[in-house]
Design a protein around this ligand. Sequence first.
Ligand SMILES: Cc1cc2nc3c(=O)[nH]c(=O)nc-3n(C[C@H](O)[C@H](O)[C@H](O)COP(=O)(O)OP(=O)(O)OC[C@H]3O[C@@H](n4cnc5c(N)ncnc54)[C@H](O)[C@@H]3O)c2cc1C
Length: 419
Amino acid sequence: MAEYSLLSLLRNAMSGNADWKPAWRKPEPKPEYDVVIVGGGGHGLSTAYYLAKEHGVTNVAVLERGWLGQGNIGRNTTMIRSNYLLPQNQHFYEHSMKMWEDLAHELNYNVMFSQRGCLNLANSPSQLDDFARRGNAMRHVGIDAELMTREQVKAFIPALDIDFGGRFPVYGGMIQRRAGTARHDAVAWGYARAADRRGVDLIENCEVTGFHRDGDRITGVSTSRGDIRAKKVAVVVAGNTGAVMKLAGIDRLPIESHVLQAFVSEGIKPFMDTVVTFGAGHLYVTQSDKGGMVFGGDIDGYNTYAQRGNLPIVEDVMSELCAMFPGLARVRLLRSWGGVMDMSMDGSPIIAAGPLPGMYLNCGWCYGGFKATPASGLCFAHTIARDAPHPLTAHFTLDRFNRGYVIDEKGQGSTPRLH
Ligand SMILES: Cc1cc2nc3c(=O)[nH]c(=O)nc-3n(C[C@H](O)[C@H](O)[C@H](O)COP(=O)(O)OP(=O)(O)OC[C@H]3O[C@@H](n4cnc5c(N)ncnc54)[C@H](O)[C@@H]3O)c2cc1C
């Protein structure tokens, strides 16, 4: 508890910060575990934590090919919301939101969860009607949503050009005030430390290169650090799902990998204390605690495993940002990066046992898996420990695409870039 006390901060400041203890162990892989989790991203780490905490399953290894948090958990724009229309998504994401509200306390780690609200701007009357429908559906199940008029939007964000240069006038918007942001890498570190303390082995620089099978049953994995037997193997590798599942002989999945880019500007004086999205196109932006504008837009349109995107999307995103906030046009861009998204064909995730016996799959998070990190881990751990789906995720099956029970929040069909 006293690890990060004022006293220890002062002591370490005086001694050149050389005495801090590592936040988690660096164990050698054991020859066998009850559960092996492939992928040390947010979802893999939270799954390990809830396996140990909720089910007492502690003989668990998380195998990460690089360092913990090198993937999308450390690359996202950190926006958290539960403003969904479909009941299958509403209950799951609202449960996640409630977990976020207590996460810093749960992990004893400051994840900097900031409920600054998320405002979706409507750039046409029909879009405002659509938001009214979605907001009503949310309120019907107890999730907060408010419709805002054009005047209320203007008063809420004075820096916004309410007419987007005359081209896309704002008709109003829908705000979820409990939505917001968190610090992404703190979430990875918090779950990692908490899982480690419950006995989970976190094994970095350990790439899974193959699966062991006894007939159809998965019995372990080959890795860059040797073979590991396991009673259960969970695959949680986000944008690398297709490549990793191929190692197990599964070469057709309803997932495409695309790069999504994110951007951050130099720090400027605080002027906007919310997340806001562009209705006529696709842009989401907030201002970080350090003052930088953090924003992103669409995925690049082609399939790739590269973590670096192309200029047409950069141009799109910048033009949308400048249409909304002309005052930002001369602010300098500080950094941009990309992450590989696991885009599912209906925009909703997969959390399920299978497709082979002894295997469990968690993927399909598209642009929105950061906000799901707590509930995804909780529900996936339940699926693994009990060999039964958690009630909140029972519909996120893999076979729904064969059976026609898709969960298409936006009604866009099987075109990943539209989800
Ligand atoms: C630019 C960007 C912006 C985003 N913005 C948001 C947002 O604002 N809000 C939101 O909710 N979501 C957002 N997301 C989505 C969110 O980040 C992801 O859906 C979520 O982080 C995916 O789950 P994860 O954290 O487990 O994935 P990851 O962190 O990618 O974890 C997967 C891990 O698997 C590892 N791995 C892969 N192959 C192997 C192997 N063979 N062996 C061992 N390990 C392996 C990888 O190295 C990686 O660390 C964004 C994503 C990006 C890229």
